[in-house]
Every structure is written in structure tokens, then in C-alpha cells.
Design a protein around this ligand. Structure first.
Ligand code: NAP
Length: 509
């Protein structure tokens, strides 16, 4: 049962119903573009986490949800996709007013991507090898053998604030597709769209299959990760918190996937078509004000193209229009918070102090009509070396570091000289060079003459400290299943079971 919700007050979503936090407390959610209070959200407690996990556990253990036939499950996934499309406007609005994502991006990409994800997995589920029969080999002897793929159980999904809805669906969609149940813990800056999403999904799944507990990561998140009745943790966020999640999950040996930070290298080769590479590189770093984990934040440019490339980058970056995310004319909205803005500005100061040269932006921006918002100008540094702080650490803001190189081997070596390995890119007209460089780049996705092109039928995830496991594509279905081998002997007579002789010297008696 669901109840009407005051738009400014969002309770927890547990077992198909809205509930206040057990102690009645709430926290405030602000619009980063205007500074306005947009919602009060239930501040979940350990008791609330226990309740949500119990609901998810019960839905998994005591209902037919996990045994649904693939064809029927596929229909559920299609039904969810139609629900998302039907509520597109409200979802996009809730996300824009809390995350600062532009309605242009949310409507033109995120909602479509979510609808397509559920539909893509709906197709995959129908073909998924839930049960495979193995051939009967001579060793160890005649037998009938299956491999069954089964759901894992209760999955905890912990999500960040940059793409709250999209990243929640990267976890919810494959979890439901495989028959699991879910408890989501969204980021405290941006819980609104995830709560709405859960309500929408609950229209087509049994109570307890999807639950959302909002509240601080260190309490709600950690309680979930440690909970003995949670079987899997899927976390997206910073590498530091990911490390903590991995340690906590280890206590109960939980199946864990981690999607973490990045410092993605973007290489312009000498023969690149600059009419593509220049706007493409800016698109790669400044979309959503640089708050995308796979942003191309380190741009490698050959020595002799450097000045021409920089001139064009600066000229085009100057045309990016900052504004209210609700205005369709806005190119880039605010950063998520005052704290994040200050972090970004402190990285800009560090860049200057280490000897990098600022050629574009570099300051807080004041946007007419959004004077209380948190905006940072699209910023470009040149004379950056790969050992500087701005080239090594994830800034998660609109800051591009341009790094010169002499030859391709040097560019690849510098590109890979990072603890991260989420994404990488190369701009060239030569397909052989493109594949050669792509092979050598250590990253979970490589874009050739493009950026940000994630597909719902392709895996996404990190090399090195950018994470463990993959989301989207068929790989994500594997990540929400466990594999069981079932053996039936086809040898009824004990004396013909030669292998029993390993223990019994005479099986004829
Ligand atoms: P974050 O600080 O690591 O938080 C991520 C989530 O974890 C939030 O829901 C947070 O809750 C929760 N959390 C915090 N401390 C926790 C703890 N001790 N135990 C369990 N959960 C805890 O990251 P963020 O600032 O929201 O997001 C930005 C980061 O996410 C960047 O590093 C970015 O690269 C990364 N990211 C990666 C991907 C990818 O696919 N690889 C995609 C997007 C973003 P609270 O909000 O309540 O603190």
C-alpha cells in the first residue's frame, strides 16, 4: 500500500509503504542552483535498516518472486520501463532540483537510458542461461550435470549524488532481472528521485522487493554493508569510501561490486580531426560540471599541436552557458554543494601553486537568478605535468589539465600512470593506431573519437582502483547471480562406481 506524500517530506520506502524514520528525524535537501530548501527526508536509523533488510529478506525467502519464469520477469522489467517513461517529468524534476543536473540532460539522456536499460535487460533475461546441461564426459563417469544460475538474495545498493537515478538503476535493474530483492541507500544530497523510482517500481513488484533507506552513509550505509542478512553489496562512490565498504563487507564475505573514482586520460593524436577532438574533449570533461566519474580530466596533446589546440579549447569553453538546471537553455548547472565548490577551488589553487598556468575560468561563477547557487567556471590549466596534484587526484569538478607529450609511447605511459582505470579516449583518423592505443590503455572503457558513450548492452566498470566488477550489459546479470553445479550419477550399481574404490577397497561385498 502506498500513501500520498507531501512533496516536501519524503519518508523511507519499506515493504511497499512510506514510513517515517523510527526516531522521527529528518534531514534537509537543498537545491544547489538556488540554495533553496526543497525537501525534508527521513533520517534512517539502524532500526530502519533492519526493518528494510527484513522486508527484503522475507520477499526473497518467502514469496515466489525469485522463482518467476524468465518470460514473466521480462514482462515485469518492461512494465517498469513504461512506468519510468510515464513519470519522466517528475523524476527529471526531482533530480534537477537536488543534483543540479540539467533538465536538458535528464530528459535527453538519463530517462531514456533508464527506460532502455530495463528493456535491454528484459530481452537479455529471456535468453539468459539460467540452466545449462553439461555433456557427459568419460571422466569422472556417466552422470547428468547441470549448471544453474540463481539469484544471490538481498542486495544493498549504495549510490552517489552525481547521477542518482541512473546509477540506482544500474543496480536495481540487474538485481530484479535475476530475482533478487534490494535495499537502496541513496546519497544524502540527492535521495528524492530514487525514492520516487522505488515507488514507481513497487507498482509492479511485490512488497519488500524494493526498499529505500535514506540517511547518513556512515550509519545507514555501514549498517547495510555489515548486515548479516544482506548477501551482496553494490557500491558506487569515491575510492576511499569504496575501500571502507570492501573492508566491512569482508567481515561477512559478501559478494561485492565497486564502481569508484577516475582520472581518465584523453589522448589527441597528431592526425586527429580537431573539429571533433576539441568539442569532444570539452564534452568529455565539462558535462555535468565535471561531476562524472569517467570525465576525461587529463588531456594529452602532442607538442606541436599544443598551442592551436589550447586556443580552440579556450574559445569554445568560453561559450558554455552556466545557469539554472531547470532552464532548457542551460548547458551546465551548479556543483553539488558549497563544500564541493570549495574543494574544487582549493584544487585550482593547488594547480597554480604547483606551477600550472590557468588559461580559462578558475573562479567561482555568479549566475544571474541563481545568486545563492554553487557554480564554478569551466577551468583549463596548461603546463600541467602528470605528477601534479591536479593531474593525480580526482577533483570531481570542471577542471581540465592539458599535458604535452613528445610521442605516442610517452602519451600512453603518462595516461596509464595513475591509480585509476575507469575510462580513456583517443582521437585519430587512423583506425589501426586507434586500436593499438586502445589495447595499451588500462581502462574499463576506451572511446575512439567520442566520450561518455555508455551502452546498456555493454559492460561498464574500472581497472585498478576504479573498481571491481561490471555494471550494465550481460555482465551485470552475472554479477547478481550465483552459480550452482548439480550432479546426478547415472551409475546405479555400486560396484561399477570405480571412484568409490578410493575409499572402499572392495565394493562387491
Ligand atoms: P561517496 O562520498 O563515496 O558516497 C557514495 C555513497 O556512499 C553515498 O550514498 C554515501 O552516503 C555513502 N557512504 C558514505 N560513507 C559511507 C560509509 N562509511 N559506508 C557506506 N556508505 C557510505 O561518493 P560521492 O561523493 O557521493 O560521489 C562521488 C564519487 O563517486 C566520485 O569519486 C566518483 O568518481 C564516484 N562515482 C563513480 C562512478 C562509477 O561508476 N565508477 C559513478 C559515479 C560516481 P552519504 O551521501 O550519506 O554520505
Amino acid at each position: 500500500m502506498t500513501v500520498e506524500v507531501d512533496v516536501r517530506t519524503f519518508p523511507l520506502f519499506i515493504n511497499g509503504t512510506w514510513e517515517p524514520a523510527s526516531n522521527g528525524e529528518t534531514f534537509d535537501v537543498f537545491n544547489p542552483a538556488t540554495g533553496e530548501l526543497v525537501a525534508r527526508v527521513a533520517k534512517g536509523t539502524e532500526e530502519d535498516v533492519n526493518k528494510a533488510v527484513e522486508a527484503a529478506r522475507n520477499a526473497f525467502d518467502s514469496t515466489d518472486w525469485k522463482n518467476m519464469k524468465p518470460k514473466d520477469r521480462s514482462k515485469v522489467l518492461y512494465a517498469i520501463s513504461y512506468q519510468i517513461a510515464a513519470h519522466a517529468e517528475e523524476l527529471a524534476y526531482l533530480e534537477a532540483i537536488s543534483s543540479g543536473g540539467t533538465v536538458r540532460r535528464l530528459g535527453g539522456n538519463d530517462i531514456l537510458q533508464m527506460v532502455d536499460l530495463f528493456q535491454t535487460l528484459a530481452k537479455f533475461v529471456e535468453e539468459y542461461p539460467f540452466s545449462e546441461t553439461l555433456p557427459s564426459p568419460p571422466f569422472p563417469g556417466p552422470a547428468h550435470n547441470f549448471i544453474w544460475r540463481e539469484p544471490i538474495g538481498v542486495c544493498a545498493a549504495i549510490t552517489p549524488w552525481n547521477l542518482p537515478m541512473v546509477i540506482a538503476t544500474w543496480k536495481i535493474a540487474p538485481a530484479l532481472a535475476m530475482g533478487n530483492t534490494v535495499v537502496v541507500k541513496p546519497a544524502s544530497y540527492t535521495p528524492l528521485s530514487t525514492l520516487k523510482l522505488a515507488e514507481i517500481i513497487s507498482q509492479v513488484v511485490p512488497p519488500g522487493v524494493i526498499n529505500v533507506v535514506t540517511g547518513p552513509g556512515a550509519e545507514v550505509g555501514e549498517t547495510l554493508v555489515k548486515h548479516p542478512k544482506v548477501d551482496k553489496v553494490a557500491f558506487t562512490g569515491s575510492t576511499d569510501v569504496g575501500r571502507r565498504v570492501m573492508k566491512l563487507a569482508a567481515e561477512t564475505i559478501k559478494n561485492t561490486t565497486l564502481e569508484l573514482g577516475g582520472k581518465s586520460p584523453n589522448i589527441i593524436l597528431e592526425d586527429a580531426d580537431l573539429s571533433l577532438a576539441i568539442p569532444g574533449s570539452l564534452f568529455g570533461v565539462f558535462l555535468h560540471s565535471g561531476q562524472l566519474c569517467e570525465s576525461g580530466t587529463r588531456l594529452f596533446v602532442p607538442d606541436h599541436l599544443h598551442d592551436a589546440v589550447v586556443e580552440q579549447l579556450v574559445k569554445l569553453a568560453g561559450k558554455i552557458k552556466l545557469g539554472n538546471p531547470l532552464d532548457p537553455a542551460t548547458d551546465v548547472g551548479p556543483v553539488i554543494s558549497k563544500k564541493q565548490k570549495e574543494t574544487i577551488l582549493s584544487y585550482i589553487e593547488a594547480g597554480k601553486a604547483e606551477g600550472a598556468t590557468l588559461v580559462c575560468g578558475g573562479k567561482e561563477a555568479v549566475v544571474a537568478g541563481c545568486e545563492n547557487g554553487q557554480f564554478v567556471e569551466p577551468t583549463i590549466f596548461i603546463n600541467v605535468t602528470n605528477d601534479m596534484k591536479i593531474a593525480r587526484e580526482e577533483i570531481f569538478g570542471p577542471v581540465l589539465s592539458v599535458i604535452r607529450y613528445k610521442d605516442v609511447d610517452e602519451a600512453i605511459r603518462l595516461a596509464n600512470d595513475t591509480i585509476y582505470g575507469l575510462a580513456a579516449g583517443v582521437w585519430t583518423r587512423d583506425v589501426n593506431k586507434a586500436y593499438d592505443v586502445s589495447r595499451k590503455l588500462q581502462a574499463g572503457v576506451v572511446w575512439i573519437n567520442d566520450w561518455h558513450m555508455l551502452r546498456n548492452d555493454a559492460p561498464f566498470g574500472g581497472y585498478k582502483q576504479s573498481g571491481i566488477g561490471r555494471e550494465m550489459g550481460k555482465h551485470s546479470l552475472d554479477a547478481y547471480t550465483q552459480v550452482k553445479h548439480v550432479h546426478t550419477s547415472m551409475v546405479p550399481e555400486i560396484h561399477k562406481r570405480n571412484w568409490y574404490g578410493l575409499l572402499f577397497s572392495n565394493t562387491n561385498e
